[in-house]
Design a binder for this molecule. Structure first.
Ligand code: HEM
Ligand SMILES: *[C@@H]1O[C@H](CO)[C@@H](O)[C@H](O)[C@H]1NC(C)=O
Ligand SMILES: *[C@@H]1O[C@H](CO)[C@@H](O)[C@H](O)[C@H]1NC(C)=O
Ligand SMILES: *[C@@H]1O[C@H](CO)[C@@H](O)[C@H](O)[C@H]1NC(C)=O
Length: 315
């Protein structure tokens, strides 16, 4: 029975998320040879004016890939009665959509109708990591854009309150392993978090204790100061003290009990994930290698059908 249902589940996953074998590094070599430098310029220009841009693009790509595959569904605007993903509940940190619009405009004027918005976002996420001092890698291309975006489906994203088994399941449903979970969580070396994402750990943690006892006490106290029960709407903290630089500091912080989310701290709750986190904390090189491998895996979950003319509306 267990084997049967495991088999069925993997069949379902395989048919739902197609791992397109057609993605390739040289997909646009003939049809749009300058695509990568055009996108890099749009990302660099925006990041020069706004240091928050790289983190936004990395998270946007993750959200895109976790719902309907990397098909640019996260970029569609709500229309009429249809509320799109970007207007769904965990959207607080999604911003800087204009950067993708700028990149698309540049790419359309060079090679109209060729480059998908999903590919632009995957490349922009890679460029964001590079601009933050992280590694570069070859991004496989050839994704197609989807025609559906539903706010209700953002419920399928992992929540910051998830424990290790919930995280494992969320990743496994997308063909991603525990190794991928630990490596990709390192994306939290960049960016900003609102109080709402970690308030479960500092107010009314459970019926016996107000603050999560696995939080470093002075760190918890400073979080409470920034985020009182009734905090300002935009209040929050940097994901790590070097939140514009892509490094392995995130893993060191987890072991100092200064991880922000329950889902970050949860990486220590299973031997396998704890050992991996320890390896990444002690070696930036090991982290970098694993992050690249897992980014390529996550960004190869495809799902779309068309090449959108405008990233905000279906053709
Ligand atoms: C493992 C499951 C994950 C959970 C539960 C999670 C949850 C969150 C939450 C709650 C925030 C803060 C939102 C806010 O309050 O503004 C956040 C921010 C962020 N996440 Fe994750 N995340 C996960 C995985 C990832 C992955 C795989 C990546 C990319 C590789 C990523 C990249 C980011 C970045 C860059 C930010 C900062 C965004 C900004 O400053 O605009 N996260 N994440
Ligand atoms: C987030 O969603 C809410 C509704 O759930 C919407 O009012 C708000 O404009 C959205 N924010 C962004 C940045 O898209
Ligand atoms: C994780 O949370 C789920 C749902 O609340 C619960 O059923 C499960 O027992 C928890 N697992 C662990 C390891 O705490
Ligand atoms: C509250 O959390 C602490 C630490 O995880 C735990 O020891 C305690 O049993 C929890 N209490 C309840 C009522 O769940």
């Amino acid at each position: 029975m267990a084997i049967m249902s495991a088999l069925l589940t993997s069949l379902l996953i395989l048919s739902f998320f197609s791992y397109a074998t057609s993605l390739s590094s040289n997909h646009y070599a003939k049809t749009c040879p300058n695509v990568e430098s055009l996108i890099r310029k749009a990302v660099r220009d925006a990041a020069t004016n706004d240091k928050k841009v790289p983190a936004a693009l990395l998270r946007m790509h993750f959200h895109d890939c976790f719902i309907r595959g990397c098909d640019a569904s996260v970029l569609l605007d709500s229309k009429g009665k249809n509320k799109a993903e970007k207007d769904g509940p965990p959207n607080v940190s999604l911003h800087s959509f204009y950067v993708i619009d700028d990149a698309k405009k540049a790419v359309e004027s060079a090679c109209p109708g060729i480059v998908s918005c999903a590919d632009i976002l995957a490349l922009a996420a890679r460029d964001a990591v590079v601009l933050s001092g992280g590694p570069s890698w070859d991004v496989p291309k050839g994704r197609k854009d989807g025609r559906t975006s539903l706010a209700s489906e953002t419920r399928q994203l992992p929540a910051p309150t998830f424990n290790i088994s919930q995280l494992q399941q969320s990743f496994a449903q997308r063909g991603l392993s525990l190794d991928d979970l630990v490596a990709l969580s390192g994306g939290h070396t960049l960016g900003f978090s609102h109080c709402s994402s970690f308030k479960n750990r500092i107010h009314n943690f459970n019926s016996t204790t107000g603050v999560d006892p696995t939080l470093n006490p002075s760190f918890a106290a400073s979080l409470k100061q920034t985020c009182p029960v009734k905090n300002a709407k935009n209040a929050g903290v940097a994901m790590d003290p070097s939140s514009t630089s892509f490094d392995n500091k995130y893993y060191k912080l987890i072991f100092q009990q200064k991880a922000l989310f329950s889902s970050d701290k949860a990486l220590l709750d299973m031997t396998k994930t704890k050992n991996l986190a320890a390896k990444f904390a002690s070696s930036k090189d090991e982290f970098t290698k694993a992050f690249i491998r897992s980014m390529i895996k996550m960004s190869s979950i495809t799902g779309g059908q068309e090449v959108r003319k405008n990233c905000r509306v279906v053709n």
